[in-house]
Design a protein around this ligand. Structure first.
Ligand SMILES: [Zn+2]
Length: 255
């Protein structure tokens, strides 16, 4: 079982990961609220050479499904740039949220846009790292909130070997998916889970709200989270409040 945490951008991530005794860490390669192009990381060599795994989370405003050219085109470019930066750090993948459409837009076009992301990049030789599509918590027009939408998404991207899946447990809960047996139900669709974002939820089931909590202090029974981690056979990354990370890691190791 490989477990770790998302680390803050301003840290020397390998040193912090060693202090925490974790097997994997997640990081951003640019300001996650911006479209800024990633710059070479000051600790790139250490990150690449370390035995501790790294995964990169892409910036938040990316929405490759969008039907709006002025959002979709910079999103594609940002995924390409951030995947390249991730590859330079030796990352196991780049996490990208499923994205969403607007009221009245045709979901089929959003799934096609996901397909086009991989198609276009294949012509350029691929992304350098797998793109781990993450399920999201809210909205009625999300590309990866419900199992039904994930199934349609996978019909569009499933034949690209660089299309991977990241399961966020808080998002699944808040998105209204029963967590018991969820790993099996997702794998039946995607054939793979590459990463788990292990988070509890401050809000109730199907709330649509994305507020993470430490493992033993949210609305989800912590045993269920440990069980998902066990059955997924994938590395797990905590995106929980920093003060409780040490206790969360301890909980996982002892369960
Ligand atoms: Zn997440």
């Amino acid at each position: 079982m490989r477990v770790g945490a998302h680390l803050r951008q301003d840290e020397n991530p390998v040193a912090t990961a060693e202090d925490l005794g974790i097997d994997i860490f997640q990081m951003f390669v640019t300001d996650p609220q911006s479209w800024k192009k990633p710059q070479p990381h000051p600790h790139a060599d250490e990150i690449r050479e370390s035995a501790i795994d790294v995964v990169v989370h892409s910036s938040y405003q990316i929405n490759v499904a969008s039907l709006n050219n002025r959002l979709r085109m910079p999103s594609r470019k940002a995924v390409e740039e951030q995947a390249k930066a991730a590859a330079e750090l030796g990352a196991i993948g780049l996490v990208v949220h499923g994205g969403h459409l607007k009221d009245g837009e045709d979901a089929a076009e959003g799934f096609t846009n996901w397909r086009k992301l991989f198609e276009r990049q294949e012509d350029k030789g691929g992304f350098g790292v797998p793109i781990l599509i993450e399920n999201t918590a809210g909205g009625d027009h999300a590309m990866a909130r419900t199992l039904e939408s994930i199934e349609r998404l996978w019909d569009a991207v499933g034949d690209f070997p660089q299309a991977g899946f990241c399961l966020d447990t808080c998002h699944a809960w808040a998105g209204g998916e029963d967590l018991v047996g969820l790993v099996e139900r997702i794998k039946a669709i995607t054939g793979r889970i590459d990463l788990i974002h292990l988070n509890n939820s401050r809000d109730e089931f199907d709330s649509g709200r994305d507020r993470h909590a430490n493992l033993e202090s949210g609305q989800i029974d912590a045993d269920i989270l440990a069980e998902l981690m066990k059955t997924a056979d994938a590395p797990g990354v905590l995106e929980t409040p920093a003060d409780g990370i040490a206790a969360d890691l301890e909980y996982l190791r002892s369960h």
